[in-house]
Design a protein around this ligand. Structure first.
Ligand SMILES: [Zn+2]
Length: 159
C-alpha cells in the first residue's frame, strides 16, 4: 500500500465557473487559475502523485506547457490514474477536506463526493469529502479563496 497527501488553494474571482470535484457549483464567483482551477481535483491529483512517489502536479502538468494550459481537473486526474494503474495500484480510498467560507457547500456535499468518485473511477463509498470554514479567520475566512486537502491510499491491484 502507498499513502499520499495533497493540498491546493485558488483565489475566488468574478467571471469564473466554480468547479469542485468535476461538479459545477452555482455561485457568483469561481476559482482563478489555469484551466478549471478545480482545487479539489488538484489536491487529490497531488495526493495520488505523492503516493506514487512521483513529484507534484506542477512538474507533470506545467502551466507553461500548451498541452495542459486548459486541461480540466478531470483530464489531469485521468492522466494520473493511468500512472497509478501502470504502477500496479488502484485507489483504496480518498479522504478530502474543502476549506471554504463561501459559497455554502453543504447542499452540494453529496454531489461533490459522487463527482470526485466518478473522476477517480471508484465507488462513492471509497471517497469522503469533508467541509470546513475557518471561523472567519484568514484569507479563506474572508471568502478570498478556497483550499482543499486530500489523503489517498493506494492498494496493489489483485493483492
Ligand atoms: Zn490548483
Amino acid at each position: 500500500m502507498r499513502i499520499g497527501q495533497g493540498y491546493d488553494v485558488h483565489a475566488l474571482v468574478a467571471g469564473r465557473a466554480l468547479v469542485l470535484g468535476g461538479v459545477r457549483i452555482p455561485h457568483a464567483r469561481g476559482l482563478a487559475g489555469h484551466s478549471d482551477a478545480d482545487v479539489l481535483a488538484h489536491a487529490v491529483g497531488d495526493a495520488l502523485l505523492g503516493a506514487l512517489g512521483e513529484g507534484d502536479l506542477g512538474t507533470h502538468f506545467p502551466s507553461s506547457d500548451a498541452r495542459w494550459k486548459d486541461a480540466s481537473g478531470a483530464l489531469l486526474l485521468g492522466e494520473i490514474l493511468q500512472r497509478v494503474a501502470r504502477a500496479g495500484f488502484g485507489v483504496a480510498n480518498v479522504d478530502a477536506t474543502i476549506v471554504a467560507r463561501e459559497p455554502r457547500l453543504a447542499p452540494h456535499q453529496a454531489q461533490i463526493r459522487e463527482g470526485l468518485a466518478k473522476l477517480l473511477g471508484v465507488e462513492a463509498t471509497r471517497v469522503n469529502v469533508k467541509l470546513k470554514s475557518t471561523d472567519g479567520l484568514g484569507a479563506i475566512g474572508r471568502g478570498e479563496g478556497i483550499a482543499a486537502q486530500a489523503v489517498v491510499l493506494l492498494e496493489r491491484v489483485g493483492a
